[in-house]
Design a protein around this ligand. Structure first.
Ligand code: PGA
Length: 252
């Protein structure tokens, strides 16, 4: 069964106390009206442990925004998948375009992180997406297929069952410019066909594919109504509890 899934990516926003207050607000609102989908919040590393406490006994799961591909060692400034799992994380977001753009992450590096995260018992939200230039050069299909195949290289079907793919066109992230439901649906369908060709029809049918890029309460319903869009990875709009909870309730 394909799961519906909405996750909030808080990026580099909110202090620990602000994160605790926001998570408590989201949890309270969702306890008033239970979500019909899976929900996760991805705060900064610092807020993961305090949020594990706040979100205990709620349906909301914790996600991290990144991890290293080794469990420990001389990697100054890094945090490992094992540490995240022990701190209470269920998911880790990998391959986000901001990591690719500002921190030079390649598909090969992301693949190493994906394998380590899965080995340590985390589920992965794997982000893929084309830039505006690539879209205008008609390279969207080529870029997406290449990112999906390289980032998931060597994974078994059982590994793939613990991956959610987030299609996030780079030109739509934080720009206020959302892909239209038809534009997003076209790429989601492509990803599903490609997974079927790499693995099985069953896996392709069951894998959750989120859309991300300027999703708001005002456009979530029409995006989530598309047959191959199973939810969203929400940036800016996840920083406001009321807006995020409206998005969570946008499945018809
Ligand atoms: P946005 O970010 O919703 O602010 O566009 C989405 C993301 O980067 O995951």
């Amino acid at each position: 069964m394909r799961k519906k899934f909405v996750a909030g990516n808080w990026k580099m926003n909110k202090t620990i106390s602000e994160s605790v207050a926001l998570a408590a607000d989201v949890a309270k609102r969702l306890s008033d009206a239970m979500p019909s989908c899976d929900v996760a919040l991805a705060p900064t590393f610092l807020a993961i442990e305090p949020l594990a406490e706040v979100l205990r006994n709620t349906p909301i799961k914790l996600a991290a925004q990144n991890c290293h591909f080794e469990n420990d060692g001389a990697f100054t400034g890094e945090v490992s998948a094992r540490m995240l799992k022990h701190a209470g994380c269920h998911y880790v977001i990998l391959g986000h375009s901001e990591r690719r753009q500002y921190f030079g992450e390649t598909d090969e590096l992301i693949n190493k992180k994906v394998k380590k995260a899965l080995a340590e018992g985390l589920e992965v939200i794997l982000c893929v997406g084309e830039t505006l230039e690539q879209r205008e050069n008609d390279e969207t299909k080529k870029v997406i297929v290449s990112q999906v195949s390289h980032c998931t290289a060597d994974l078994s079907i059982d590994d793939m069952k613990r991956i959610t793919i987030a299609y996030e066109p780079v030109w739509a992230i934080g720009t206020g410019q959302t892909a239209t439901p038809d534009q997003a649906e076209e790429v989601h369908r492509l990803i599903r066909f490609f997974i079927a060709s790499l693995h099985t029809d069953e896996l392709a049918n069951d894998i959750t594919i989120q859309y991300g890029g300027s999703v708001k309460a005002s456009n979530a319903k029409e995006l989530f109504a598309m047959p191959n869009i199973d939810g969203g990875l929400i940036g800016g709009a996840s920083l406001k509890a009321d807006e995020f909870v409206q998005i969570v309730h946008s499945f018809s």
